[in-house]
Design a protein around this ligand. Sequence first.
Ligand SMILES: *Cc1c(COP(=O)(O)O)cnc(C)c1O
Length: 233
Amino acid sequence: MNTVRDNLLAIKSKIQKITEKCERDPNTIELIAVSKTKPVDLIKQAIDAGQLSFGENYVQEGVEKIQHFKQNLPNTPLTWHFIGPLQSNKSKLVAEHFDWMHTIDRFKIAQRLNDQRPTSMAKLNVLIQVNISHEASKSGILPDQVADLTKQILTLPNLKLRGLMAIPEIENDFDKQLHVFTKMQELLNSLQSDYPFMDTLSMGMSNDMKAAIVAGSTMVRIGTAIFGARQYL
Ligand SMILES: *Cc1c(COP(=O)(O)O)cnc(C)c1O
């Protein structure tokens, strides 16, 4: 069986190869290890292999892991990304513990996170989640609503709006993946003319990382290819 270290090395060399092909600097792509449902000992293996950024989908589980590593590895500068859907009544835990929040899809949740972010902490980095495949079942806002939500979020002093995030409909054809991710890149480009500090495109998972990077992703969120398949109880 491959170890977490082997898997991380394989992903990094894959990112390296993709960026060579599309002439991007590999250092402009951050690898987020998605550790949802995975135990702290596997996360520790990733940390020992040099991985410092992690993504979690469930608030309580994520906070427990953050606290675990704060106690056990107080000098290791880990970065925690909340990447799951967020209910209003759990926003306080995200505001108090995470460094990034990827799934802002309404002003109300942004306002709550802003009000609940302790002023002793750095601003919470946030991304607007875009429903780029126009899926009825998916969360995120439609592309034509992004400009308005951007303006609203920029009034909130404890949040730092960094860009956009998407989880497109599952699609195995590369050209179709690329088509959807390119729409995200165009959307971010259009915002950057007014807001050049928006520098982040969070897109790309284990099965569509290549198309995401070719289309300009700056954060890939990889779970299965690092930690193995997830088992849900
Ligand atoms: C689970 C999850 C991932 C990781 O998916 P894999 O297919 O395991 O790489 C990435 N992003 C989000 C939002 C997720 O929920």
